[in-house]
Ligand binder design. Sequence first.
Ligand SMILES: Cc1ncc(COP(=O)(O)O)c(C=O)c1O
Length: 306
Amino acid sequence: MKLPDNAQVWFNGALVPWARATVHVATHALHYATSVFEGLRGYRTPRGTALVQLDAHVRRLVDSCRINELPLRWSAAQIRDAILETVRANAFGACYVRPLVYRGCGALGVDPTNSPVEMAVIVIEHGAHFGAEAYERGIAMGVSSWRRIAPDTLPALAKASANYLNSMHILLEARGNGFDDGIALDHEGYVSEGSGANLFLVSRGRLFTPSLGSSILEGVTRACVLELAAQQGLEVRQERIPREMLYLADEVFITGTAAEVTPVRAIDRRTVGSGSRGPLTQRLQSAYLEIVTGKAPDTRGWLTHV
Ligand SMILES: Cc1ncc(COP(=O)(O)O)c(C=O)c1O
């Protein structure tokens, strides 16, 4: 990763140069994935950089810590301030922010109790996740042979590093098969989510998305799209989705901080709908992008200006 020499990382309470934000090889999280994180985007707006849904991301980070027994030394308000301080210190414009909480260096055994809980905030420059053409053309996805983590193996509602080993397999398998990304089914075979994004489909004018019971991460962008859909008078169903609904759908799109609202043009080499970005996808995508880039008024309080 190439960053400017003066890039700053917030590291356990203070800003330090990028090169000095390092950990020991005995760090508990390196051995046992005892870490959780967040991913937020900052967009360039006419009023300068604005972070999207800062409070929702801080809340989910705190919740992830509670779920995975990482007692935090910092309050939600202090985490919020740390994120803003790091974004200001790096002055990137459009950026991606990665707060990370992890068990540091203590004991080498699985028991995390004697390993301190540490925190860092990293900021990098960031543009379109799937490339600029994907906003309109969409991406090709494949249903993965890897299932999403079952509810009695690892908690999916925590944005935990451990869960991303599952995501990594889904993504690498999909790329190896020539797709842009994979779609995981849950442990019972219903549609769950992408390797790093939630999934929606449109069928006969109604919007469907898997419910929290399908081992999804409760996406912040998913919540934004649900708000926009309600505002546009669309009927939305959060429920179990059988795989074949993907093949019959008129439109499919994925949502995520990185993925934003990205149309899906094909699944398992079958064309989705007409094969181009569908009208509902386009409406929700442009409504989302216009708000986060400050082109439409932020009537819902999604943005925090840096
Ligand atoms: C597995 C997974 N699901 C869903 C999402 C979407 O979440 P959000 O919209 O909060 O970025 C992400 C993105 O971080 C993810 O990694």
